[in-house]
Design a protein around this ligand. Sequence first.
Ligand SMILES: Nc1ncnc2c1ncn2[C@@H]1O[C@H](COP(=O)(O)OP(=O)(O)OP(=O)(O)O)[C@@H](O)[C@H]1O
Ligand SMILES: [Mg+2]
Length: 263
Amino acid sequence: MALREVALSPQRALAAKLCVNHLSMVFTRDGKSTPVLQDITLEVSEGEFVCLVGPSGCGKSTLLNAIGGLLAPTAGTVFIDNEAVRGPDPRRIFVFQERGVFPWLTVEGNIAFGLFKLSRSEREERVAHYVKMVGLQGFEEAYPSELSGGMKQRLEVARALAVNPDMLYLDEPFGALDSITRHIMRGELLRIWETERKTIVFVTHDIDEAVQLADRVVILSARPAAIQRIVNIDISHPRDISSPRYLELRDGILQQIGLAHKI
Ligand SMILES: Nc1ncnc2c1ncn2[C@@H]1O[C@H](COP(=O)(O)OP(=O)(O)OP(=O)(O)O)[C@@H](O)[C@H]1O
Ligand SMILES: [Mg+2]
């Protein structure tokens, strides 16, 4: 097996942007405890793109929500820039699959939504920049109901980026899209990431998506999720998805989670 296990980020010269330190989560309802996350320790470097994968219901969203300060962990701490995360922070933005954009605002209105602190001219400039970046020129005045699913998703990504977050948390953001649009959206996200170099934590259960996008893929076990393995995707972008190395990495991950040669 040629998978290389990398316990910590390869970019060790940079201090960790995000540090998840012995994080555990137990949900309790009616006196019954459900352990969901089990002693998760992970470092993510500034500008790194990390994908979290694992079986459905294992705790991926719970981990992302804990990283983002939406859920308080039962044990352990999340640090960003060496500061403990104690709640949501406007510098860190979530993109969820199901949240969607504001239907009552136009494309411009949606992107401008979080920019109320800027002057009018700065706001207009910022909005125009992101409209262009996600290829929605000509649709500035359109409402979400007039956009396709992929355009709405691009709008959501634009809205998230426009506030200039330092971290971007994406929870299966392309899950509801058809395979062609997903493919295009992955390319768009990569292009944006290569330009803007945000630190990205991306949840997906699509192994191909993870190997196409990530610097490292964190494989979680079934619930209660523990880190099973971290795989360094040592292929530069653009990635050739028919190259032997790509296939080797993808098949190695499938094997790790017990899905190889089963379909
Ligand atoms: N607020 C909550 N209270 C109680 N249990 C919860 C809560 N949130 C999640 N869970 C439980 O934690 C487990 C993990 O859920 P989570 O949504 O993190 O999984 P996931 O890996 O994101 O799944 P999927 O791939 O289906 O999105 C599930 O058993 C779920 O029922
Ligand atoms: Mg989930």
